[in-house]
Design a protein around this ligand. Structure first.
Ligand code: HEM
Length: 413
């Protein structure tokens, strides 16, 4: 990403990827609605203050449907979002507006309920323990590859009803997507295609033999006599996997890293877990979402009519990117925003977004985050970083914020 204003911070360096917060503080103060050119060549607005971010996320004039951008870009003689094909644009929740969004979201909400997630808790604990068992005796591990990465993939596969023997395929496809997220597209496109066709076929099979799993729930869900079509159910299963995977990897990875670097907070949490309490774990995961959340900026939005944000005029078709990570460190909203305080009360962070696209997987993400952190801290109480923080590499890319690896050491179990 390069920038027009000479004093504006660089937003595409390794330093930025490792610690974007000073740059976000500059933007909040000097250019809260900031025009910038993304590496893809697309011009976009970055919104960094909490109040503006919340307002933008709830503004119905900001559409999620990229067609609005493509049409205006074509009208201005520019191309639309590079690499996106129109046919793929309107297929899932994150790319559509009401009334289609309302209909699909209502249907999925009937199947993907907080109760279904709560009932899944023992399974998440079992999965977590199995993953820790595999390295507990070794005294060292890479907690991204061996823990944070497989956990959400197996969890959502189980919940959807993907048979155990096929789940390693998903692990490989997802691995390709996370490793090459911003890089070579060929392998990623192939993995996405395989995943989608596997899910389409699974849905077809399940229709004849419904069970208790989430895919059967999606097929069964009805609202005023309406059902999801097979294609819609497949797109829904795919977006649940896709939206719930790298985000949760980063919640566990960034969360652990923040705890390892803030010894006092980690000790507080360990003491409270030893006493069998869960309150600090619950507020702590919310604080970790605020302090260094998995999603750096919310997915694209496009102006469908001219509007102003914090006094800045936005043109029809302009992309607006809400920087959740910047908003969640806004001193106007959070006291001592750069301090990690696991017991922070009054913490309406934007880590899961806001408005009609608010994360539908938040209950599952919280369950996985809380279970994973509690199990690691309980079982490996002297867990510590095996490298200097400066040696760690962050995956750049602005949308997601997460570590490539997290090497740790501990006294073997
Ligand atoms: C939407 C964050 C986990 C499924 C969102 C949005 C955010 C978000 C910020 C809104 C995006 C926008 O407005 O542009 C997170 C974080 C997670 C997480 C931080 C983990 C810590 C999950 C999980 C699932 C999931 C586990 C499903 C299994 C979805 C879906 C949407 C969504 C389907 C689209 C909802 C809609 O457009 O109505 N998530 N998410 N997410 N998330 Fe999550």
């Amino acid at each position: 990403m390069h920038d027009e204003s000479p004093e504006a911070p660089a937003l595409h360096t390794w330093e930025f990827a490792a610690d974007p917060y000073p740059a976000y503080a500059w933007l909040r103060e000097h250019s809260p609605v900031h025009r910038t050119t993304l590496p893809s060549g697309v011009d976009a607005w970055l919104v960094t203050r909490y109040a503006d971010a919340r307002q933008a996320l709830a503004d119905s004039r900001l559409s999620k449907n990229p067609v609005h951008h493509c049409e205006s870009a074509h009208a201005k003689g520019k191309v639309g979002i590079p690499g996106e094909r129109k046919a793929d644009l309107v297929s899932h929740l994150l790319n559509i507006d009401p009334p289609d969004h309302t209909r699909l979201r209502r249907l999925v909400s009937k199947a993907f309920t907080p109760r279904r997630v709560a009932e899944f808790a023992p399974r998440v604990s079992e999965l977590t323990d199995r993953l820790i068992d595999a390295f507990a005796a070794r005294g060292s591990a890479d907690l991204i590859h061996e823990f944070a990465f497989p956990l959400p993939i197996y969890a959502i596969c189980d919940m959807l009803g993907v048979p155990r023997e096929d789940q390693d395929d998903f692990r490989d496809w997802a691995g390709m997507m996370i490793r090459h997220g911003g890089g070579p597209r060929g392998g990623v496109a192939r993995s996405v295609k395989r995943m989608r066709s596997y899910l389409a076929e699974l849905i077809h099979r399940k229709r004849a033999d419904l069970g208790d799993d989430l895919i059967s729930g999606l097929i069964r869900a009805s609202d005023h006599g309406e059902h999801l079509t097979e294609n819609e159910a497949a797109a829904m299963a795919f977006i649940l996997l896709f939206a719930g995977f790298e985000t949760t990897v980063n919640l566990v990875g960034n969360g652990l890293y923040a705890l390892l670097r803030n010894g006092d907070q980690r000790a507080r949490l360990q003491d409270s877990l030893a006493r069998g309490e869960t309150e600090l774990l619950a507020t702590g995961v919310e604080e970790l979402l605020r302090y260094d959340g998995p999603v750096e900026l919310a997915t694209w939005r496009f102006a469908t009519e001219p509007l102003t944000l914090a006094g800045v005029p936005i043109d029809v078709g302009d992309p607006v990117l809400v920087v959740l990570a910047a908003a969640d460190r806004d001193p106007e909203r959070f006291e001592g925003p750069d301090t990690l305080d696991l017991s922070r009360a009054n913490n309406p962070h934007l880590g899961f977004g806001h408005g009609i696209h608010y994360c539908i997987g938040a209950p599952l993400a919280r369950l996985e985050g809380q279970t994973a952190l509690a199990a690691l801290l309980r079982r490996l109480p002297d867990l510590r970083l095996a490298v200097e923080p400066e040696e760690l590499r962050w995956r750049g890319g602005l949308i997601m914020r997460g570590l490539r690896t997290l090497p740790v050491e501990f006294g073997p179990e």
